[in-house]
Design a protein around this ligand. Structure first.
Ligand SMILES: Cc1ncc(COP(=O)(O)O)c(C=O)c1O
Length: 466
């Protein structure tokens, strides 16, 4: 064995303790480190030849890299839609690396059964029926990709061709209808050989991001019986608007289409009694995407993909090889998602659900929703700002009242303050900012700090004035 490996093995308990101490220092310091910072220039170092052992690597990482990392795990990182990691999910993540299981084949351990148990827990959490089977993937983009891959196979089934065998070209032009698809839908369609231009935008309700069901019906009618894919949205990224999922599902009685729902973070509305109605009809979807590194607060990367047509899923993703054995009625995960080998992503999710249960996670969701509403009220009361949409769930979308074009400067000023991190968007043609609440640690005191930062930034920055 290489002497450095030999040394590390001999000192493993002590070295892991040092790493643990570092993790504790990082987590307890989250409140004090800048929430985000502009990335500094970094010249890549040469490949180490001899290496410095784990202690040396830890020292180098701490000196060279750690100071430039963001406080993304913390309570005032409100950019994108970003969760943190609950204590139990973090412990589950450590054990995932420690045990280093590959759960994609069921030949050597119970790890795939743990994944199946976790999928069943998640299914119940989101109110889905047992007809929805699921698998873990790396994020909502891959979950959308997998759902749309199954949809593509379904289109083939309608036309009597196997896309898995003959390729996407066998389908001819494909129609994907959606009101406000997330950018990852275009990416997935590009990867699937269906092309980004297969998306047909459908009118939305006035002043909303939710699709106009009447316009969708017309668009389907115009296809004259050609099977299509409808991508419904349960929680749009800017204003967290929801399509009327029940009404969309009912259209299948009149038109042939596959209903895929992107519920990346909106599925969690099911945990809040006042908002659960937004997810009505989710169960009727043919495939559903839910991200877990957002509102479940497990570390990156983690999402789940549900579908009612596991048979089609296995047709797309099967990886037949003599050494993997036959597919069978309950195929191994190797036959269900893009990866043949991967980590046991279910374990952090299993840990957090085992530790805090449905109620613990419902509390996080309800608190984040309440905090978003609170920040919305604070912003509405500030003359320098203007809300661009009602706060429907966990995202506040707003702009500078008199000079929206200066939102970029404002975003930088907020980042430089180190107090908060918000990301930009353009909503209905207006440059805007979004504050997305999905971290388990965020409290009212954090909302106050963010509100004060916004007040200060508006005063310092001439942004309110031309
Ligand atoms: C609605 C929606 N869909 C898909 C995604 C893509 O998620 P990921 O970056 O985890 O792939 C996001 C990310 O914010 C999202 O909000």
């Amino acid at each position: 064995m290489h002497p450095r490996l030999d040394d590390d093995l001999a000192r493993l308990p002590e070295l892991l303790d040092e790493t643990r101490a570092q993790a504790v220092r990082l987590l307890t310091g989250l409140d004090h480190r800048p929430v985000a910072q502009a990335p500094a220039d970094h010249r890549p170092a040469p490949l180490p030849v001899d290496g410095s052992g784990l202690a040396g690597a830890l020292e180098t990482f701490t000196r060279r890299w750690e100071p430039g990392f963001s406080g993304a795990a913390g309570p005032r990182y409100l950019g994108f839609v970003t969760g943190g990691a609950t204590p139990a999910s973090l412990a589950g993540d450590w054990l995932t690396g420690t045990l280093d299981q590959n759960p994609t084949s069921g030949l050597d351990s119970n790890a795939p059964d743990l994944e199946r148990e976790t999928v069943a827990w998640l299914r119940e959490l989101f109110g889905l029926s047992p007809e929805h089977e699921g698998a873990f993937v790396s994020g909502a983009t891959m979950s959308n990709f997998t759902g749309l891959a199954i949809a593509r196979e379904w289109l083939g089934e309608q036309l009597g061709v196997s896309v898995a065998e003959r390729g996407a070209a066998a389908l001819g032009p494909v129609h994907v209808l959606s009101g406000s698809p997330h950018s990852s839908i275009g990416k997935a369609l590009s990867m699937l050989g269906l092309g980004r231009s297969s998306i047909r935008g459908v009118d939305r309700l006035p002043g909303r991001e939710a699709v106009d069901v009447g316009s969708l019906a017309q668009a389907l009618e115009s296809l004259d019986g050609t099977p299509a894919i409808v991508v419904a949205n349960a929680g749009t990224v800017d204003t967290v608007d929801f399509d009327d999922l029940r009404a969309l599902a009912a259209l299948r009685e009149r038109y042939p289409f596959w209903l895929h729902v992107d519920a990346a973070f909106g599925a969690f509305a099911a945990l809040s009694p006042e908002h659960a109605h937004l997810t009505d009809g989710l169960d009727e979807a043919d495939s559903v995407c839910v991200d877990l590194h957002k509102w479940l607060n497990v570390p990156y990367d983690s999402a789940v993909q549900f579908t009612r047509r596991r048979d089609l899923q296995a047709r797309v993703f099967q990886n037949s090889a003599a050494y993997l054995g036959p597919l069978g009625d309950d195929p191994d995960f190797v036959h269900l998602t893009p990866e043949n080998s991967r980590r046991l992503r279910a374990l952090p999710a299993w840990f957090t659900l085992a530790a805090y249960g449905r109620d613990g996670h419902a509390e996080i969701v309800r608190r984040d929703i309440a905090l978003a509403a609170r920040l919305g009220e604070r912003i509405a009361a500030m003359p320098a700002y203007r809300l661009l949409a009602p706060v429907r769930l966990n995202v506040v979308c707003f702009t500078l009242a008199s000079s929206p074009e200066r939102v970029g400067e404002l975003t930088s000023a907020i980042t430089e303050s180190g107090e908060a991190f918000l990301t930009r968007t353009v909503y209905d043609g207006v440059p805007a900012l979004r504050a997305a609440f999905s971290n388990w640690r965020t409290t009212e005191a954090d909302v106050e700090r963010v509100a004060k930062t916004l007040e200060r930034s508006a005063l310092q920055d001439p942004p309110g004035r031309p």
